[in-house]
Ligand binder design. Structure first.
Ligand SMILES: N[C@@H](CCC(=O)N[C@@H](CS)C(=O)NCC(=O)O)C(=O)O
Length: 241
């Protein structure tokens, strides 16, 4: 039985897993899970992941949640090229440093902007108060500054001369606010040049394929029926407002 990946390409961690599997010619069955339609709360997905978040993996009887764990599993199982997750002690530590940092920093702040600018106005029917938006933009700015100054520095990629899992996990998060119309690359030549290198290393066709969904999010969300998205209201109130 071929390995299954449960993915929604609106989601950043799903895109990192998708790109990694495709780029490394890992055979998989793309099991589409539509998060905005609430499919993660269904009975079937509950059998794959009780965490009820995407991405998720099923390999025979073995199910796995969490993108970083999935990326490591795929790298190890399919013996992907060393540069993705180098065996060199210090290089691997640098990848792990980024992967540990990003959850509560760039990931959280980029996602929040996407929700505040696009999904919350759609679901609640009101714009987010300006002070909340300004605070979220400041947080995102701080995370992007750290990505540039602490992680990329003057190197081509986070670990050095080659792309690694750290760059892959970073780029999908950096792209997320663009889906809400916020150009995070404006006035950031270092970030833009790094993005171009990451895109070249992944391959433009695959990069565009993975990001097409998020980059058309504004049109898609505006055509959605807000009444069907009310399941997210409690989450919005507890997480964002
Ligand atoms: N730490 C997890 C985060 C997964 C996650 O938050 N996935 C989101 C999409 S980006 C999700 O499935 N959300 C659905 C929900 O919360 O209902 C990972 O890296 O895989």
């Amino acid at each position: 039985m071929v390995l299954e990946l449960y993915l929604d390409l609106n989601s950043q961690p799903c895109r990192s897993v998708y790109i990694f599997a495709k780029k490394n010619n890992i055979p998989f069955d793309f099991q589409k899970i539509s998060l905005l339609d609430g499919e993660q709360y269904g009975e079937e997905f509950g059998k794959i992941s009780l965490i009820r978040k995407a991405p998720a993996l099923r390999d025979g009887d073995f199910c796995l949640a969490e993108s970083v764990a999935i990326l490591h599993y795929l790298a190890e199982k399919f013996n992907t090229p060393d540069f993705w997750f180098p065996v060199d002690l210090h290089q691997r530590a640098r990848v792990n440093e980024y992967l540990s940092w990003q959850h509560m920093a760039l990931r959280m702040h980029g996602s929040k902007i996407f929700w505040l600018r696009l999904l919350i106005p759609k679901i609640l029917g009101v714009d987010v108060p300006q002070d909340k938006m300004d605070a979220a933009l400041d947080d995102l700015k701080h995370s992007l500054n750290l990505l540039e100054e602490k992680f990329i520095q003057d190197k081509p990629f986070i670990v050095g001369d080659q792309i690694s899992l750290a760059d892959l996990v970073a780029i999908v998060e950096v792209m997320q606010p663009l889906g809400s119309g916020l150009d995070v690359f404006e006035d950031r030549p270092k970030l833009s040049a790094w993005r171009d290198r990451v895109e070249a290393a992944i391959g433009k066709e695959l990069f565009d394929d993975a990001h097409q969904t998020i980059l058309t999010a504004q049109e898609r969300v505006s055509a959605m029926d807000a009444s069907k998205m009310q399941v997210f209201k409690p989450k919005i109130v507890s997480l964002f407002l």
